[in-house]
Write a protein that binds this ligand. Structure first.
Ligand code: NDP
Length: 378
């Protein structure tokens, strides 16, 4: 049965659950995105899009879906839904977002937004022109420990904020698309992991960096022929503040940031992950307090938020501008690492930033079994 398609303008009046297609059925889609819909009140999984027949068949059955599509049928998929959640490799985010927007379909697109600033701007323009909402999937913008860190940093408890240190590393699995696509096509650790540290520095300082200096290094492992093994960057922020960002595909897992002020330090570790509890430690003078935040379904939270934005005709935060703000820093980091020179960033429009009012907690679910999908780590 073909269901009526509600366009972006008419949806508001219907106030029904937003119908989604998930595009790309890799590791993240299967482990976190597909199961999240059952954990929302205002969104339903209606269709899946994949290049793999077995995944379509098995996941279509598991989630009791009426509609399954191959990539060649993407235009038909867009007729059946109000929104898409794009979980494709980075170099495909632009194409699949622009096509959805042109069909009047709202878009959640995974981070990083795209391979370069030009593509990000085209995605923002496509959404605006077609009157659809576009959100980049920064799930930590709805997650309690990160929102509390922002609140603490802004409260003055740490004194004047002076520097940020963020590290995100893992052992990337050989053959993963993060290693096989070049940096020009969104591969490499800065696009994949550095983005979390850059984003955290920006939301904790509540500012945009003005210049960047970076170094990349590779220790000769065969995995790192197309992309760097690791990159470290220093971002200069207004107010004579610095952020040091480190990311690696060739080291043990570290997921951490510290924001350091004139009176105290807040350290989050693990800071960026989903699927297990996040932790925080605040030291002011000689007193240290630790806090563990319970594991939640961060993907259900962001899907609920986005559907609510569509239903209320509100611009999501994180919008496409938030994705662009990070991609321009990633691009500058790789330019600096390549040229050995400092890269000036220029000004960037001030946009809404995440805050505690965005907190949404949904209960965690069990890890689902996977069909032809591999974790990105060794
Ligand atoms: P995977 O490599 O596991 O999955 C990507 C899927 O995309 C593939 O399984 C495949 O699905 C589809 N695909 C279509 N074309 C290609 C192609 N040319 N090469 C490879 N795959 C292709 O990646 P992840 O699921 O780990 O990551 C997907 C996206 O999600 C990335 O943008 C990543 O940055 C982001 N991500 C975000 C996280 C977060 O916490 N927000 C965490 C992890 C990833 P099919 O077989 O169905 O066609």
């Amino acid at each position: 049965m073909t269901r009526k398609s509600y366009g972006p303008k008419t949806f508001l009046a219907n106030n029904k659950k937003l119908r989604y297609a998930v595009v790309g059925l890799g590791h993240l889609a299967q482990v976190a995105v597909l199961p999240a819909f059952a954990n929302t009140r205002n969104s339903e999984l209606t269709a899946i899009v994949s290049g793999d027949e077995t995944k379509l068949k098995k996941l279509g059955k598991k989630y009791k879906l009426e509609h399954t599509f191959r990539y060649g049928e993407y235009d038909s998929a867009l007729k059946e839904v109000d929104a898409v959640y794009i979980v494709l490799p980075n170099h495909l985010h632009h194409e699949y977002t622009v096509r959805a927007a042109a069909a009047g379909v709202h878009v959640i697109c995974e981070k990083p937004m795209a391979d370069n600033e030009k593509e990000c701007k085209a995605m923002i323009e496509a959404a605006a022109k077609n009157n659809v909402k576009l959100m980049i999937a920064y799930r930590l913008h709805f997650e309690e420990s990160n929102l509390e860190a922002i609140q603490k940093a802004q409260s003055g408890k740490l004194g004047e904020l002076r520097f940020f240190e963020g590290t995100f590393s893992e052992q990337a699995a050989a053959g993963n698309v993060r290693l096989t696509e070049s940096v020009a096509r969104g591969g490499g650790p800065v696009f994949d992991m550095g983005v979390y540290c850059i984003n955290a520095a920006r939301y904790l300082f509540r500012a945009e960096p003005t210049s960047v200096t970076a170094f990349s290094a590779s220790g000769g492992d065969k995995r790192f022929t197309k992309v760097d093994e690791m990159t470290s960057a220093i971002l200069r922020f207004p107010g004579e503040r610095l952020a040091n960002v480190n990311c690696s595909f060739g080291a043990t897992e570290v997921s951490r940031y510290s924001i350091v002020g004139t009176n105290g330090t807040l350290t989050a570790e693990p800071a960026y992950n989903y699927g297990f509890p996040l932790k925080q430690k605040i030291t002011i003078g000689t007193k240290t307090r630790s806090k563990t935040f319970r594991k939640t379904d961060q993907f259900a939270a962001q899907i609920m938020y986005f559907s609510d934005c569509v239903q209320r005709n509100r611009e999501p935060e994180p919008s496409g501008w938030e994705g662009l703000a990070d991609v321009r820093v990633v691009t500058a980091i790789y330019e600096s690492a390549r040229t050995g020179k400092r890269v000036e960033l220029g000004s960037f429009p001030e946009r809404p930033r995440p805050g505690m009012s965005q907190k949404i907690s949904r209960p965690a679910h069990r890890k689902p079994s996977l069909i032809k999908a591999e974790a990105p780590t060794e």
